[in-house]
Design a protein around this ligand. Structure first.
Ligand code: HEM
Length: 422
């Protein structure tokens, strides 16, 4: 809370079950009374929460806020126990979201040469095929858990295919990813084992692909081969860097997309009028409104609740609040995206909203690299689902929806739905 502001009511309790279910009232309070607010996180770390849109946007682009966890001034006794990614300095953790320029600039330039909008666009038929295949598995049943049966498997198979993980190995990834998503903030053993297995597998796959790389690119070449081939002024990714890059693509591109589909469908099914608008444009094949609608779903209840960690490298101010060197800063995208100073009627879902510069994909040099893929998957998933199951509705048991309650991500554990079997 800022020093000179006297709050009208006591600060809301954060990180409770109620908060995980609906954090927006607490964020509204913070935006108004304590827009840059120091809080103790469940891990015991103290961090600043930035909740206003202007402050959030500025902080995301501020070079004085480093992504490198080495800048965290955490007490020695807490080292490695705070849940701040990268603390354990594993090789896989030296990736885009944990580094600053000039390393970030070099790696981002290299990956951008391989992960191009064209590669993503060419991938559309495969995403469509995967989507249809998953819906085929439950369309004749009349009910499904949309997280388990659809939102969870789609992105993991999609990203595996894009990278070039052979089909017969993709179920291993599904299991590892499942462990990471279920226990993200929980028991370390299983997650650590899954990360280790994934690392071993990726290192070997990258090595094999490098050995077998043809001299010239072939049409439809996979992303790992593209990454190995990518060069900038004669520089290439090392095998370790390539493995860390695949890892960040997997973990940044997986749970986010699960939540885009889960939170998005959930919000639409709870807003009959808005759902009807989207459904109508799908039937008329006017996908402009669907694309606008997906941006609005990202703003309204996006997959990433807080941007990943940042640390002050020099004394600075955010929104008039003094921040000390080494202090962790969490930019709360979900709060900024509902700021009434930026968005008219911020708590209303309006799929035709036009002035919608939300921060759901971040801002500045770490702006989401996978946004074109996320948009493609979101559009295909949503249009296919509503087209094939036009009377899709929340099941009665949806009253007891459980949210995962992690720090960075916001997403449902389950989403029971019903529809006419076909
Ligand atoms: C970065 C959101 C899907 C790859 C980010 C950031 C956000 C974000 C907010 C910035 C984090 C920060 O500044 O701390 C989302 C959302 C997605 C999504 C909402 C889905 C709807 C994807 C996908 C991929 C991906 C599908 C790749 C397959 C990345 C990578 C970064 C990133 C590599 C780091 C970029 C950098 O540091 O330069 N994403 N993302 N994301 N995202 Fe996404």
């Amino acid at each position: 809370m800022t020093e000179h502001q006297a709050p009208a009511a006591p600060a809301p309790e954060l990180f409770t079950w109620e908060f995980a279910t609906n954090p927006y009232p607490a964020y509204a309070w913070l935006r108004e009374h304590a827009p840059v607010h120091k809080t103790r996180l469940p891990s015991g770390v103290e961090a600043w929460l930035v909740t206003r849109y202007v402050d959030a946007k500025q902080a995301l682009a501020d070079a004085r806020l480093s992504k490198n966890p080495a800048h965290h001034d955490e007490p020695a006794h807490a080292k490695g126990k705070t849940g701040i990614p990268g603390e354990r300095k594993a090789e896989l953790m030296t990736h885009l979201l944990n580094i600053d320029p000039p390393d970030h600039t070099r790696l981002r330039r290299l990956v951008s040469k391989a992960f191009t909008p064209r590669r993503v666009a060419e991938f559309a038929p495969r995403v469509q095929e995967l989507t249809d295949h998953l819906i085929d598995q439950f369309a004749d049943k009349g009910s499904a858990d949309l997280i388990h049966d659809f939102a969870f498997p789609l992105p993991i198979y999609a990203i595996c295919d894009l990278l070039g993980v052979p089909r017969e190995d993709q179920d291993d990834f599904r299991d590892w990813a499942g462990m990471m998503i279920r226990h993200g903030g929980g028991p370390r053993g299983g997650v650590a084992r899954s990360v280790k297995k994934m690392r071993g597998y990726l290192a070997e796959l990258i090595h094999r692909k490098r050995e077998a790389l043809p001299e010239h690119p072939t049409p439809g070449e996979d992303l790992i081969s593209g990454l190995i081939r990518a060069s900038d002024h004669g520089e290439h990714l090392t095998e370790n860097e390539a493995a860390a890059m695949c890892f960040v693509l997997l973990f940044a591109g997986f749970e986010t997309t699960v939540n885009l589909i889960g939170n998005g469908v959930h919000a639409l099914l709870r807003n009959a009028e808005q759902r009807a608008l989207i459904q109508d444009s799908i039937e008329r094949e006017e996908l402009g409104l669907v694309d606008l609608g997906i941006e609005e779903l990202l703003r309204f209840d996006g997959p990433v609740e807080m941007a990943t960690w940042r640390f002050a490298t020099e004394p600075m101010e955010i929104g008039g609040q003094r921040i000390a060197v080494g202090d962790p800063v969490l930019v709360v995208l979900a709060a900024a995206n509902r700021d009434p100073d930026r968005f008219a009627g911020p708590d209303i879902l309006d799929v035709s909203r036009r002035d919608n510069q939300h921060l759901g994909y971040g801002h500045g040099i770490h702006y989401c690299l996978g946004a074109p893929l996320a948009r493609l998957e979101g559009r295909i998933a949503l249009t296919t689902l509503l087209h094939r199951l036009p009377d899709l509705r929340l099941a009665d048991s949806s009253e007891e929806l459980r949210w995962r309650g992690g720090l960075i991500m916001r997403g449902l554990r389950n989403l029971p739905v019903e529809f006419t079997a076909r």
